[in-house]
Ligand binder design. Structure first.
Ligand code: IPE
Ligand code: IPE
Ligand code: MG
Length: 246
């Protein structure tokens, strides 16, 4: 990939290059607290921001959008908050399905499926099936996702192939790790945005974001909209990407 000049900020939706944006959607709880509302209210408003960025993405030249919705560590939260998040997920998957299909979005969910209830699993499967032919935005939502866990799972798969004699350990390369990650069908993220002013990765796409440009936005996720996304991309486009070269 070539380094981008600041002038590439003019890059539009139709230049044909893939552009993968990953977002750590953070700040729902603080948004609610600032208004004296329960945390759930922040999560509910945050779901509207998901719709806004999904709809703004194609016009900004984004071909792949990956959203961190629920981490493998978020199970540590109070049961009541987890139940609220699961209800919201059910609601989102049901109510947005038609809208996603209408916008030609292809939705995929990554993360371990082991801790979700069967009805949530069924809704995920239905949403993936119904949008599977979408040729527009490739939308990935990370649920019960943790990057270290994903890498551990990949290591186990690779170890099984070695034990079965189908993979020679001497030949293992980055591509072998890649093909065992849940993101195997995605290009690496070009930009990783985190909202709410926090400046950490929180176990998201550790392998994949090796050369992603990091953009930290002070905006709380429920306030984040298409204009904020455009601003983050404008920031990204001023960066000189080097990939270790000069
Ligand atoms: C992000 O907002 C949503 C999830 C992690 C599910 P938070 O709930 O983490 O909000 P803050 O960080 O407490 O403000
Ligand atoms: C990261 O946010 C996970 C999601 C946005 C889904 P957290 O709010 O859980 O991260 P920490 O705990 O502040 O690092
Ligand atoms: Mg948070």
């Amino acid at each position: 990939m070539t380094a981008q000049s600041p002038l590439s900020g003019t890059r539009g939706p139709s230049d044909g290059h893939p552009l993968h944006v990953a977002i750590i959607m953070d700040g729902n709880g603080r948004w609610a607290r600032a208004r004296g509302l329960p945390r759930t209210a922040g999560h509910r408003k945050g779901a509207e921001s998901v719709r806004a960025v999904v709809e703004a993405s194609p016009g900004l030249g984004i071909t792949h959008l990956t959203l961190f919705g629920f981490s493998s560590e978020n199970w540590k939260r109070p049961q009541s908050e987890i139940s609220d998040l699961m209800s919201l997920l059910r609601f989102y998957l049901k109510s947005e399905l038609r809208n996603l299909a209408k916008h030609n979005v292809c939705l995929r969910v990554i993360g371990r499926r082991d801790r979700f209830s069967q009805d949530v699993l069924d809704l995920i499967a239905e949403a993936e099936h119904e949008t599977g032919q979408g040729t527009g935005l490739q939308l990935t939502i990370a649920l019960n996702y943790g990057s270290r866990l994903e890498i551990v799972d990949a290591v186990k798969d690779i170890a099984r192939e070695v034990a079965a004699g189908t993979l020679d350990p001497e030949t293992i390369g980055e591509a072998d790790v890649n093909r065992h990650l849940t993101t195997r069908d995605l290009p690496d993220p070009d930009v990783l945005i985190r909202t709410s002013g926090e400046q950490r990765i929180s176990n998201f796409l550790l392998w994949q974001a090796a050369y992603a440009e990091l953009v930290f936005s002070p905006v709380l996720w429920p306030d984040f909209n298409g204009q904020h996304l455009a601003d983050a991309l404008a920031d990204y486009r001023t960066r000189e990407r080097r990939f270790g070269g000069v």
